[in-house]
Design a protein around this ligand. Sequence first.
Ligand code: ZN
Length: 138
Amino acid sequence: MKRLLHTNTKVKRGAHGLGLFATGPIKKGEMVAEYWGPVVTDEQLERSRGKYFFELENNLAIDGKDRKNVARYINHSCFPNCEPIENEKQKRIFIKARRNIKAGEEFGYDYGKDYWDEHIKPIGCRCGCGGKGRKKRR
Ligand SMILES: [Zn+2]
């Protein structure tokens, strides 16, 4: 299956470890990358201690650990320039630009409240929100 990845993207080291960055302009609404991998149950994911995953409906998740799944390098942001779009029927996730993105910007999407509360808040969010998260947003 052909996996979607915008050509203006590159994985590199940023302020928060590896991230996915724009190497050229990306327009609002364009697809940045597909988040892909095998569809597994939450139990399977837990057993394999999967760190890279995307939650789907019905206790399923995409196991995104394959390094070729470039979307796994997109970090969480409380002020995201991207958003995930789920194709429920196909069980595929596409990361789409929420606004125009300039060369050099790091891509980010909101990992969601549950993930943020469980995995990000305890270690301190490093997206630039000052650890306050989404509630104090805007
Ligand atoms: Zn944040």
